[in-house]
Design a protein around this ligand. Sequence first.
Ligand SMILES: [Zn+2]
Length: 185
Amino acid sequence: MPLPFAIAGAAITAVACGLLAAGHVIEPTVPVYAAWYDRPVVLLVDTAPVGATETLAAHDWWAAKGYFVAGAALVTEPPPGVVEGTIVIDGGWLEDNTLGQTRMWWENMPPHSPNRMTFVYIEIVSGLTTETRFAVLVHELGHAFGFAHVETRLPFGIILRPTGHVMNPYVTKTGEKTAGIPVTE
Ligand SMILES: [Zn+2]
């Protein structure tokens, strides 16, 4: 779609010049869907295309930022329904070049309190390279900890997705950056 892309590119360029001239820096934000009030337990389904070792490594990546689970268990099949307090990691067949998907269940809380995450179901497709699979797993775990996709909101409703950020929605543009994600203890 060359035409919309060209229009968007021109608009972004113009806005960026204006921002630079004014000396403002707009930091990326990572919206929060919900947060765990108690640390969850990971249930890794043994048919999932990820191993226990790389799941632990992906968890370590988040633990370094202060996001932990209480434990993990290998299970032979996914739970039949919602099991509060768990993050299920399973295989899946996803559409539209989607490599991973995370569905979240949460309880709405009063204003100024984060919604209370209750259950998370992660699906990862098969056939990924080790490197891509790890990137997908770390990204989906970010959703499991309650984070949405990174965004930088510019005037005129323009939203940029910073590259090299763990919560960029495109696997080729994900990375180690965590701007907008608070480090907790
Ligand atoms: Zn995502």
